[in-house]
Design a protein around this ligand. Sequence first.
Ligand SMILES: NC(=O)c1ccc[n+]([C@@H]2O[C@H](COP(=O)([O-])OP(=O)(O)OC[C@H]3O[C@@H](n4cnc5c(N)ncnc54)[C@H](OP(=O)(O)O)[C@@H]3O)[C@@H](O)[C@H]2O)c1
Length: 240
Amino acid sequence: MTESNLHPTAPHLLLIGASRGIGLAMAEEFLRRQWLVTATVRGTGQTALHDLSGLYPQKLTIEQLDITQTTQLNALHKRLKGRRFDVLFINAGTSNHNQDETIAEVSTEEFTHLMITNALSPMRATEALEDLVHADGLIGIMSSGQGSIGNNTKGGKEVYRGTKAALNQYMRSYAVREAQIHPSRSLLLLAPGWIRTELGGSDAAFSLEETIPDIVSTIEGRCSKSGLEYLDRFGGVIPW
Ligand SMILES: NC(=O)c1ccc[n+]([C@@H]2O[C@H](COP(=O)([O-])OP(=O)(O)OC[C@H]3O[C@@H](n4cnc5c(N)ncnc54)[C@H](OP(=O)(O)O)[C@@H]3O)[C@@H](O)[C@H]2O)c1
């Protein structure tokens, strides 16, 4: 897929986890850039994404998905059957409440919750929804710079780091399989930078306004390349 042949009419994004934070801001930026967006929220309540649909009633479709629930994944796949997306991007993710705790201190329950949400579920969603994506389309997952083993010289955020490193490893294995089936497909693990959201916290270095245009440009730019890369929001390669 090249940027020039992204779409017959308008390119279509399937975005998982867009109720707030980075996902919500990504949905808004793609809509501004004339994409059609189908985006998911977890619950059945009103979210800021629903407010956005008032501004883009023809272009934004809202679906419901808790990424950890396989029955919901299968139901979403069934509802979307027959559609074809240029990009599937899985943004949903979480962190532990006390990000300073060590791997030995975290409760087994919280560790399991984080691993299921950040590592297992994005890969299950990828496998469940991949056939909705054009053979030469892009499948991306929101990773984190914290997931880099090579760059981990300072430690910290041990539990969260481990989940994103595991995600990266699983995506590399998926990419090996995927290369046999869809050699033209683009796969992306994206590190957005430290951004002020509920997860990033108020001390984070960057605002959504400063970072989202670069995040979206990097995804758009990556659409023309096959294979897997782990990139920062400027398109720079991050060491595994
Ligand atoms: N902010 C940063 O500095 C930063 C840095 C690196 C990577 N990231 C990654 O970027 C992504 C978005 O983070 P954020 O900062 O925007 O966090 P956020 O403001 O806390 O938003 C998290 C989003 O993920 C959704 N989500 C969480 N668990 C889910 C589940 N089980 N099923 C479906 N949706 C679920 C949330 O939905 P609800 O509203 O329903 O909870 C919300 O839309 C995450 O993958 C995160 O790890 C963030």
